[in-house]
Write a protein that binds this ligand. Sequence first.
Ligand code: MN
Length: 340
Amino acid sequence: MAATVTPHKLRLIGTEETFSTPAYIDAYMKLAERDKSTGVQYVRLLLQHNAKWLTDLDYRLSEMDQSGVDMHLLSLNAPGVQVFEPEEGSRLASVVNDEIASLIQKYPERLCGLATVAPQDPVGAVKEIDRAMGQLGLNGIIINSHTQGDFLDDPKFFPILEAAVRNRAAIYLHPQLPPDSMIKPFEKYAMEGAIWGFAAEASLHAVRMILGGVFDRFPDLQIVLGHMGEGLPYWLFRLDQVYRLLTRLKSPAILPLRRLPSEYVKSNFYITTSGMFWNPVLKFCVETLGVDRVMFSIDFPFERCQEAAEFMRNAPLSDEEKRKIAHENAQKLFRIKTPW
Ligand code: MN
């Protein structure tokens, strides 16, 4: 039997912790002056309301201290640099990644971070992945789901996935608003964001990657989904059931895969707890995916560190399971160095 972990000693690494930089916010506000689409204006408001919490390091550290969160794995706010012109996107990505690296250098015991990339510029994105994972020593990659309506099963993005695998960098597939081709029916009751649209779009993206054979091509690619897997764990049985049926019916659009859809979810995906502090779902995900595939996250500053930390400490799991979810799985996947 492992020694009992007293609740306040459970080390916590939050793996979906949003930050921003004045340079990014500035560039985004300029974009929002010329682009009046629902998506861009939604993010403009979000940035305006949260600019202080996204950029103020002292506020972040004091929230972490008060709630006993040891580390934040930083990532730039959605939609990141993915809405800009290709060259501008890559230029901004470098600026942001330099900023993350310098924040980590300042607080190596409290911060680690994911590299931002501009998939709309595949050549630049590959270079930036190599630089961020090499020279800058960042811990993985964040991609805010679709890039201007295109998904990662599109072969034009394969060099990016190849670079991620080569650098042993997991890709955090973070939600953003559905693309123009999808957003309309969500708009009526403000459904396009965190209440439903984010998960609908991110899960669509994940299933496209699975059924598109991305993981047959890149068996070592690891994708991280927030919000307890964006609904995917709940759907494993039916994915397999209907995949078998469509294969039997020789549905023209179905591709032959080496494995069943659920098997890719269990071997190529991790999920995190961001904004879903609910024991029934936690227990279900641990049971369906295994405790090694679940990681703690908050979704700071949109969710409170305190609520997330209490949820994790009081989770109805063994101490060993809690340690894996709270920090051990993240330490391994993102190669996070900790002083403890
Ligand atoms: Mn988030």
